[in-house]
Design a protein around this ligand. Sequence first.
Ligand SMILES: N[C@@H](CCC(=O)N[C@@H](CS)C(=O)NCC(=O)O)C(=O)O
Length: 234
Amino acid sequence: MAVAVPKIKLYTNHNCPWAHRAHIALAELNVSFEEEIIDLWTPRSPEYLSINPRGQVPTLIYNGQTITESAIVATFLADAYPGKLWPASTDPEGPLVRSKINYFVDAYFSKAQGHWGRVLAAKSDQDEQAAVNAYVEAVSKEVEPLLADAKPFFGGSNTLTLAEVLAGSWVLRVYNLPKHGIVPASVLEGLAEKAPNFDRWAREVEKHPNVRCIWDEERILEGTKAWIAKMRAA
Ligand SMILES: N[C@@H](CCC(=O)N[C@@H](CS)C(=O)NCC(=O)O)C(=O)O
């Protein structure tokens, strides 16, 4: 009997690191989908607000059901296609592996990510360097130990896991923006020196084709410069 192919639509914007998570998951799962780009520089249409009242991207429509919030979208996809991005619920090892991935994602986003935001929003070179140092310290203290067995991906996986799906779009930015001089190169020097496991893992993540699936460096650069200017003017 033929298996019904789910109908998937993604409302997205290719500059958005949160929406990028959904793209990485869909690419790694090799799932086809329709996409609609939402212009984030103009007010959302009443039609889009009726789909997602927060007006944000991403929004996933899966067989007519609406799923929002990037972590929930990505986790939903991991569960809808079990055993690829994380273990199926029937896998006896599943609960432990899932808890480790959840802890890694929590550690990165609750302990390190805020400092990266402060790097971009810093109003002086001194504040920027302090935020870089705090980011490197947080990665080395909180995230580095969790990547000791990465080979090359989380937990020894040779394919992307939900950990890379959720962190990949940010790792791309951390490893590619310094070469354009809009964040200090010292962030990469610091990570290489103080967080070698993270650095090794991140370099594999940032070059993976499914992580790079919607990455257009020129466009991201322009978008990030505009965002930095807005933050610095605030
Ligand atoms: N917590 C949300 C954040 C999504 C988000 O902030 N998306 C931005 C674009 S990167 C957005 O849609 N901004 C438009 C707005 O907030 O009006 C998620 O993870 O999905």
